[in-house]
Design a protein around this ligand. Structure first.
Ligand SMILES: [Zn+2]
Length: 137
């Protein structure tokens, strides 16, 4: 495995459960124990009701493409090997929208509304990054 040479998230303690779960191939969504709001990205208080009584639920891992764009050139050097890159917003049934890349498919096949599922790629010993790929037929 070649060394990961792209930017990595700086893991804040409040988001530690998200990243620990990602290492186990699980996608967590932060939720508010007071008003049941789903929260993304992780925060220290609920953006709906300001409660600090927050928890986590395990997402189904399913989603649907809300919007996307495909980049064919003009990226920083570490990303050149990934071209073309599909940047997308994914709506999760848990009620959040995540920005991510769609991988493991022909970028020409990506469509709005396409069902996708989460997949994780190990970046370092401590960080597995969530991506999405088309649901296998
Ligand atoms: Zn709340």
């Amino acid at each position: 495995m070649t060394e990961y040479n792209k930017p990595l998230p700086v893991i804040q303690e409040l988001a530690r459960p998200f990243w620990d779960a990602a290492k186990e191939g699980k996608l967590l969504v932060q939720c508010c124990n007071s008003c049941n709001a789903s929260i993304f990205f992780p925060r220290d208080r609920c953006p709906e009701c300001w409660s600090q009584d927050l928890g986590w639920i395990e997402a189904s891992g399913n989603g649907e493409v809300y919007a996307f764009s495909v980049t064919y050139e003009g990226v920083e050097k570490p990303f050149v090997e990934d071209l073309p890159i599909v940047l997308a917003w994914i709506d999760l049934p848990e009620g959040i929208r995540m920005q991510t890349n769609i991988v493991d498919c022909d970028p020409e096949s990506v469509e709005i509304g396409m069902p996708v599922e989460v997949t994780f790629r190990k970046a370092t010993e401590d960080i597995c990054l969530p991506y999405f790929k088309p649901v296998s037929a």
